[in-house]
Design a protein around this ligand. Structure first.
Ligand SMILES: Cc1cc2nc3c(=O)[nH]c(=O)nc-3n(C[C@H](O)[C@H](O)[C@H](O)COP(=O)(O)OP(=O)(O)OC[C@H]3O[C@@H](n4cnc5c(N)ncnc54)[C@H](O)[C@@H]3O)c2cc1C
Ligand SMILES: NC(=O)c1ccc[n+]([C@@H]2O[C@H](COP(=O)([O-])OP(=O)(O)OC[C@H]3O[C@@H](n4cnc5c(N)ncnc54)[C@H](O)[C@@H]3O)[C@@H](O)[C@H]2O)c1
Length: 501
């Protein structure tokens, strides 16, 4: 990709300017400071903390845990328990969530204000390849040898008639509800749609989910998506897949006069409509790059708006890097952090940065700096959907293996036949493993079931260390645990290899 390194201006006061202080930006600034780079972090958000802490992972998982507990209480009779009238108290649920999130945010804000790097509380945009101008009245300019763009993403509004005018809820609105909505239409069938549809249904709303593709969670296997779909349907969510949306309208209901939403779509060749008092736009997210004037820095974007980067997170302007949601390809936190840290280490090791300022902390970071750099390995892609059952995958799945014409062996085992899952009443789902035919080297794992997001980590370490099914079978597996289910597919693949001789 990038052909040549742009010349650094001699007067640049910062070694690195980081644009955005979310998961990617904060971790870039922290790493850069530890490596002795003179760093500025620029973020004009009203509240600092980033999407994950304020309106993403942490609030959604706090609320999903509450909804899960309520669901377990409502179904406690199957365990022989009598728990009369479990119900959601939305004000208490919300105030607990706000307390937890406020603590996380305060801690992150303390880290950002630590003084290790310069924190500038304004948004900014490029005026040339080494200069950012603050979006305030002073129009102050910040110059740096290197710049890392970590400006995140915002909710997409695709051009569906009426959608922009209807002003649907976004995930932010659902995560901040103080009262229970009576009915909600969820538009989209990705991770946000599935997690929040189940959240709302479990708290007591009537939920209809309308999805364009033939299956939910289109990036996952049809087999895994079918388990999630049947779990959601069994909990009362109406799911309509394979649709084409025609119009979203917000208008008073003819029966009650209350403002509500009407969604018109085509399904199975017939025109259909659904009405609800609320509507959630879960159509995905768009990189936050349009306001950055990237053209002034010669930074190229893909048609999706994502900033194009090479394997070191360098953009088309080699002294400018990008990490996190604004770069993709996956919008998840551990990847945003990995990308940011990789970019900063690359800046530090890159010969063009030899003249960077050495600060007091540089020495302490020497051992970390010495670690040889490795690009992020897409074959270790880890993903978790926090529905119940959860869906977690690592490495290559069946579709990717077939597309790449990679030979593989696979074996699966259902939780319905596993002792610990039976006693937990958690029999939905299965585990499935993929391994190389001759060596048994693990290539991927797919888990749908209780605690899949925890269980997948048995395989994230295994894949990173290039373990084989034979290595995994040397490990002790405690009884009775959910994790010991893996011994069945591991043994089955080992037997297939041994039988092939
Ligand atoms: C509902 C929901 C649930 C999620 N759950 C999970 C989960 O369970 N696990 C997971 O891994 N991921 C989850 N994600 C995704 C995850 O939150 C994001 O991938 C991650 O937070 C992105 O981090 P980031 O640093 O790229 O962006 P952000 O955290 O969005 O940070 C970007 C920062 O840039 C700043 N900024 C923007 N423009 C400018 C500018 N011009 N100048 C200066 N600063 C600017 C913003 O103010 C912001 O602070 C979830 C997302 C959502 C919406
Ligand atoms: N557990 C987690 O790790 C987690 C949880 C929540 C969100 N996230 C991240 O946040 C990001 C956003 O999640 P999301 O679920 O909003 O996005 P997504 O891209 O996963 O899903 C978007 C959905 O909207 C549908 N869609 C998009 N445009 C459409 C159109 N014009 N017409 C009809 N349907 C359309 C797609 O088919 C898809 O079902 C994801 O990339 C995800 O990685 C992660």
């Amino acid at each position: 990709m990038p052909a040549k390194n742009a010349a650094s201006p001699p007067t640049a006061p910062y070694d690195l300017a980081v644009l955005g202080g979310g998961s990617a930006g904060y971790n870039a600034a922290r790493t850069a400071t530890a490596l002795g780079l003179k760093t500025a972090l620029i973020d004009g958000a009203c509240e600092l903390g980033g999407l994950c802490i304020l309106n993403g992972c942490m609030p959604s998982k706090t609320l999903l845990h509450v909804a899960d507990t309520l669901h377990q209480a409502r179904h406690a009779s199957r365990l022989g328990l009598r728990i009369p009238h479990p119900a959601a108290d939305m004000l208490s649920i919300q105030s607990r969530k706000r307390r937890i999130i406020a603590d996380f945010a305060a801690y992150r804000q303390e880290q950002l204000h630590s003084g290790d790097f310069t924190l500038i509380r304004h948004h900014a945009h490029f005026v040339d390849p080494h200069t950012l101008q603050l979006d305030n009245e002073s129009e102050e300019q910040i110059r740096a040898r290197h710049i890392l763009i970590a400006t995140g993403s915002h909710v997409s509004t695709p051009s569906i008639p009426g959608l922009a005018q209807a002003q649907c809820w976004t995930s932010d609105d659902v995560l901040n509800l103080d009262s229970l909505p009576q009915s909600v239409i969820v538009l989209g069938g990705g991770i946000v749609a599935c997690e929040l549809a189940q959240l709302l249904a479990r708290l007591g709303s009537r939920v209809t989910l309308i999805q364009r593709s033939a299956q939910l969670l289109r990036e996952h296997s049809p087999e895994a998506a079918a388990v999630i779909e049947s779990a959601l349907r069994d909990e009362g969510v109406e799911i309509i897949t394979g649709t084409q949306l025609h119009r979203v309208t917000r208008e008073p209901s003819r029966d009650t006069g209350k403002l509500g939403f009407t969604v018109e779509f085509e399904h199975g060749g017939a025109a259909q409509t659904r009405h609800a008092l609320h509507c959630l736009n879960a159509f995905g997210r768009t990189p936050h790059t349009a306001a950055l004037n990237l053209a002034a820095a010669d930074v190229k974007t893909a048609p999706t708006g994502h900033i194009r980067t090479n394997r070191w997170q360098q953009t088309s302007a080699p002294h400018i890097y990008a990490a996190g949601d604004c770069a993709g390809p996956h919008e998840i936190v551990h990847l945003a952090i990995q990308q940011a840290e990789l970019a900063v280490r690359h800046i530090h090791q890159n010969p063009s940065t030899a003249k960077t300022t050495k600060t007091k902390t540089a020495k302490t970071a020497e051992s970390t700096a010495a670690t040889p750099l490795k690009p992020i390995d897409e074959k270790l892609h880890l993903s978790v959907v926090f529905t119940d059952p959860q869906l977690a995958t690592i490495g290559l799945g069946e579709r990717a293996l077939k597309d790449a014409k990679t030979p593989y062996l696979s074996a699966s085992y259902p939780f319905a036949d596993h002792g610990k899952a039976i006693l937990l009443e958690a029999t939905r789902g299965y585990v499935k493993l993929f391994a190389a035919p001759k060596t048994g080297r693990l290539l991927g794992a797919e888990i749908v079931g209780r605690d899949a997001g925890e269980l997948i980590h048995c395989f994230s370490a295994a894949l990173a260390l290039r373990a084989t099914v034979f290595d995994m079978l040397k490990a002790p597996w405690y009884h009775p645990t959910l994790a010991e289910i893996f011994t069945y597919p591991l043994e089955e693949i080992a037997e297939q290899i041994n039988a092939a001789g």
